[in-house]
Design a protein around this ligand. Structure first.
Ligand code: THG
Length: 287
């Protein structure tokens, strides 16, 4: 299938479109205590200054959607996630990607969210499908479908596609538009398995070929345990964009990440007259 489905997410009057016909959308990854000790410590202390700074700086660096994760061990996520989102929404006006494994926290977050959010995420496990898809439907949100099933993370690209099949079938069967489903084929570290990156690239191709849906992934995951991560992350992200990735969850404050996404867009004909590349070049020169 050669279609490029368009996923729309919004906040207040602000609209972001995700599609293979448009420039890559970098979903800023930094507001996440799991990946970052400083965010964990700040959230534990109830201090949101760092989070507000991270929100502003990621948007300045070019993110047009921000991931928000309040998964602090032992904390009450049902209260903390909406509170975290409120702090972020105070300082930036970009759509949020609500990153939680807790359906109650998700519902609390959707209740306060002023627009069409991106839910991160549902997966192919029965329990997850039953808890998350009705919320996506009720609140009119878009939803990321992770390629994990009741039997774990499939070890082949075809297996990942089968989980995508299941999620898409269940979601569209409930009346969720296919445009509102973004598939995450799961980026895993190549530090533990040197074939992990290639497998995920193949899964992206299979899923895009079959459905034309938008694709996300935590592309920074591929380099856990590997030195000089930013080069690995940037090269991998470029290849994944070519395969069909449209909205990586990544760190836009790393220049190599931002410039690689822009260069990939230019290479794939998604940056008319190179205007975007030139504009961002001028911004970097001014610093
Ligand atoms: N898929 C989906 N959502 C996800 C992931 C995914 N959300 C979480 C994660 N994976 C993506 N987010 C991150 C956030 C940070 C890092 C990697 C992925 C990261 N952090 C540095 C580290 O841990 O070394 C710390 C950076 C710092 O302290 O500044 O690498 O796969 N749908």
């Amino acid at each position: 299938m050669n279609v490029a489905l368009k996923t729309i997410v919004t906040i207040n009057e602000n609209i972001v479109e995700i599609s293979r016909d448009l420039p890559t959308v970098i979903i800023g990854e930094r507001i996440n205590p799991t990946g970052r000790k400083a965010v964990l410590a700040a959230l534990e202390a109830g201090n949101f200054d760092l989070i507000r700074d991270d929100a502003v700086n990621q948007v300045k660096a070019g993110s047009t959607v921000l991931d928000v994760n309040a998964g602090v061990p032992g904390a009450n996520e049902v209260e903390l996630l909406p509170q975290l989102m409120k702090e972020v929404m105070d300082v930036v006006d970009v759509p949020l990607c609500i990153d939680t494994a807790n359906p109650e926290a998700l519902e609390a977050a959707l209740k306060v969210y002023p627009g069409k959010a991106l839910i991160n995420s549902v997966n192919g496990e029965e329990k997850s499908l039953e808890a998350v898809l009705p919320l996506a439907k009720e609140y009119g949100a878009a939803v990321i479908g992770l390629c994990i099933s009741d039997s774990g993370i499939p070890k082949t690209a075809e297996g990942r596609l089968e989980v995508a099949d299941k999620i898409i079938e269940r979601a569209t069967g409930m009346g969720i538009a296919i445009e509102d489903i973004v598939i995450d084929p799961l980026a895993m570290t190549m530090g533990a398995d040197h074939l992990a990156g290639a497998l995920t690239l193949n899964a992206v191709k299979l899923i895009v070929e079959k459905y034309g849906v938008n694709i996300t992934m935590g592309s920074s995951n591929v380099s856990f345990g590997i030195p000089d991560r930013k080069y690995v992350n940037a090269a991998y992200m470029a290849m994944a964009i070519h395969a069909g990735l449209t909205c990586p969850i990544a760190n836009p404050m790393v220049t190599e990440i931002r410039t690689t996404a822009l260069a990939a867009d230019l290479a794939l004909g998604r940056d008319e007259y190179g205007m975007h590349w030139i504009k961002e070049f001028r911004k970097r020169k001014k610093k």
